[in-house]
Design a protein around this ligand. Structure first.
Ligand SMILES: Nc1ncnc2c1ncn2[C@@H]1O[C@H](COP(=O)(O)OP(=O)(O)OP(=O)(O)O)[C@@H](O)[C@H]1O
Length: 367
């Protein structure tokens, strides 16, 4: 959880603290282990902060945190920008795409696609440039969840496809291109080739994260697909009951075998909260993901309740973030997105990074 703890007001100086004191204070709040990628430029009455995780939504809270700690005198403006690094991946990345994150599940029907879409929407809300790729060749549900079932990617050059825009993100899916019935009878190599084409032949705009909704399972097809996409990291989705957890464990092992860092587990359908009495019932048992997390030394990014709004939004192609009616659910996904981004910073070597310079911050250099 970020930014929630209130600190006691500390007496402030007239001058701001040094950049390194500010980065150190922010590091703890952001869940980042090193302050190296937090850049702070102090100028007259303004502090520009560049973070390696998406947090532009949190500008006011960051200012509050720094003022409460007496690191910035009142009267100073605080400008927060995110400059998401490109993390090291085993294969050459796709043009314009900084990082590709697989959302995967060992077992079908645990809410992997809903999690992928809501994580992508949360990252977008936090200010990141996000794309979503539906790799679930056998049951593409991203177009339904984004409300884009009638869309079809256009091509200006007969070689590449323009992705579909919706809810501030771009997407591509086999569901835009062929009937579900056709894709579902494809054999492994055909499905894998189709996925590679979707990744490489889409004209992605500059993206901080491309979220990939993987097909469920850990068989040969999933393994080949995970090998054929230049993945930077993976998130594993599970429900809390034993049968799903054992499959999720196989999923984690598959990514470990492929040397793709798993940056967290999302426990979906963790509990049902009665809307009138607020009692929480652990319908599919409880505590499973945290046990799995301890076994594999992985953080649990979120415990998402079973909630009708999640189902309705997903089925109707509406964004959970479209208005303020679901802020408690939005907060769960926003925290998960922040933790995922912070764990990428903590676990994966950076291959390209932005550096601060003179008045600006958004300059990229090769390490
Ligand atoms: N937390 C939740 N609360 C309520 N409904 C949910 C939740 N998560 C997912 N659902 C709903 O459950 C159904 C299955 O979810 P989803 O399609 O995301 O699962 P999946 O794991 O991707 O399935 P598949 O294995 O077929 O790819 C959908 O109707 C979705 O809207």
């Amino acid at each position: 959880m970020f930014f929630r703890k209130k600190q006691k007001q500390v007496e402030t100086n007239d001058e701001p603290s040094t950049s390194s004191a500010i980065s150190l204070a922010l590091k703890a709040h952001l869940g980042i282990e090193s302050s190296d990628l937090i850049q702070v430029v102090i100028s007259a009455k303004e502090i520009s902060i560049s973070l390696p995780i998406p947090s532009t939504l949190d500008e006011a809270t960051i200012l509050e945190v720094l003022q409460e700690r007496g690191l910035i005198p009142s009267g100073y403006q605080c400008r927060v920008a995110s400059n998401i690094p490109m993390f090291a991946a085993k294969q050459a990345l796709v043009t314009n795409v900084k990082n590709i994150v697989a959302v995967s599940s060992g077992k079908g029907g645990v809410g992997k696609s809903a999690t992928a879409v809501n994580l992508a929407l949360a990252l977008t809300k936090l200010g990141a440039r996000v794309g979503i790729l539906d790799a679930d060749i056998y049951g593409p549900s991203v177009p339904i969840m984004l409300g884009t079932t009638n869309a079809s990617p256009e091509s200006n050059d007969n070689k590449t496809m323009q992705p579909i825009h919706a809810h501030g993100m771009v997407s591509n899916s086999i569901g835009y291109l062929v009937d579900n019935e056709h894709a579902s009878i494809w054999r492994g190599p055909m499905a894998s080739k189709a996925l590679q084409q979707l990744v490489n032949e889409t004209k992605w705009p500059l993206l901080d994260y491309l979220i990939v909704d993987m097909p469920p399972g850990t068989g040969d097809i999933q393994l080949t697909m995970a090998q054929n996409i230049p993945l930077t990291a993976a998130v594993v989705v599970t429900t809390p009951q034993d049968i799903a957890l054992s499959d999720a464990g196989k999923g984690i092992a598959m990514f470990e075998k492929l040397d793709i860092p798993v940056v967290g587990i999302v426990e979906n359908m963790s509990f049902f909260e009665c809307p009138s009495c607020h009692t929480q019932s652990p319908i599919f048992a409880s505590g499973g993901a945290s046990k799995l997390g301890s076994r594999y030394k992985l953080p649990v990014l979120a415990e998402v309740p079973i909630n009708m709004q999640i189902r309705e939004n997903a089925d109707n192609g509406h964004s959970l973030f479209a208005d303020h009616s679901n802020t408690h659910l939005q907060d769960i996904y926003l925290d998960a997105a922040r933790s995922m981004a912070a764990n990428m910073v903590n676990k994966i070597k950076v291959s390209q990074v932005a550096i601060a310079s003179g008045g600006g911050i958004d300059i990229t250099r090769l390490d």
